[in-house]
Design a protein around this ligand. Structure first.
Ligand SMILES: [Fe+2]
Length: 303
């Protein structure tokens, strides 16, 4: 059993780096780190050095990163994944530096989503210099696609410490790795990809101010504002460049009494099961996984 201690980052390939960075800063409100690497933009939302790396190159998600406790835990995870038959790539020094981690390993989940496990992701103590006052407090969760969410849960719950918090029928599995209702979600989709990346905001006022700001700037709202009955979070999903869906949310449930929580199942076709305010519901647009053709060759070196 591999213990994931947190989510770490999303790495996404973009054909037009300038446009993607402008959106991530001027619209989403993330801080752009001082450029340190040709063709890579590191975006910060919280204590992490970055939680989103935009990489000039083929458009599509490159990888989703999760933290493990330390170097020993990473080594044990590597052995365990290899024993289970997965091909595992150990990141080199340059790749690790680009991710601001001491070490990492990469593998593909059974559906083709590239996952990275990292040790010692860099922390920054300086307050985040948000590009605009969106109220972002934290990288909240990430959501992957898989054709069968029950199979996906089997993968995440048998090899890792992920527990299901709630099901949306066959459409979604919401999983926790700590008291937050979900830090990892899997939505049903045709192929591998990143369904969306979530940022928590401090207040309900931030959420609604952001919704108006997005509309004023002609950003495509995919869904919301609404409220998910599972996590009780108030949400708005919106589309960034190159089919990258961002989500702001406020008020996610915490499951403090682990022993007494019983996962619930909601029928996605039932009114109110996705948005308890009964607003129009649309599935967020997924950014497909970049495929290199060859397993686990670094796809993100600038070319
Ligand atoms: Fe979400």
């Amino acid at each position: 059993m591999i213990t994931l201690t947190d989510i770490a980052y999303v790495r996404s390939g973009v054909a037009d780096l300038g446009t993607a960075v402008r959106f991530a800063t001027e619209i989403v409100g993330l801080e752009l780190a001082v450029p340190s690497e040709q063709g890579v933009a590191h975006l910060r939302a919280d204590w992490r050095h970055h939680c989103l790396a935009l990489v000039q190159g083929p458009s599509g998600v490159i990888s989703s990163g999760f933290a493990v406790a330390d170097t020993d835990a990473l080594e044990a995870a590597e052995t365990e994944l290899e024993r289970s038959g997965l091909a595992v790539h150990r990141g080199g020094d340059i790749e690790s530096r680009s991710r601001r981690v001491r070490e990492f390993i990469a593998f593909d989940d059974p559906f083709g989503n590239r996952i990275e496990l990292v040790s010692q992701q860099e922390t920054i103590t300086r307050p985040v210099a948000h590009s605009r006052p969106a109220g972002i407090t934290e990288f909240g969760h990430l959501c992957l696609d898989a054709p069968d969410v029950h199979e996906a849960y089997r993968f995440w719950s048998t090899r890792f410490n992920a527990r299901v918090s709630d099901w949306l029928g066959d459409a979604a599995c919401l999983m926790r790795i700590d008291p937050v209702h979900h830090k990892l979600a899997v939505f049903r989709g045709d192929g591998p990809g990143l369904c969306h990346m979530n940022f928590q905001v401090a207040t309900i006022d931030d959420l609604f101010r952001n919704w108006h700001f997005l509309q004023d700037h002609n950003v495509e709202i995919e869904m919301g504002p609404g409220r998910h009955p599972q996590s009780t979070a108030i949400f708005v999903y919106f589309k960034g460049p190159e089919s990258f869906t961002y989500e702001y949310s406020f008020g996610v449930r915490r499951i403090e009494d682990e022993a007494s929580w019983v996962p619930r199942t909601f029928d996605p076709a039932e009114p109110g099961s996705i948005d308890m305010w009964l607003g129009p519901t649309t599935r967020p647009v997924t950014q497909p996984q970049v495929r290199s053709g060859q397993l686990l060759v670094s796809q993100d070196a600038p070319r």
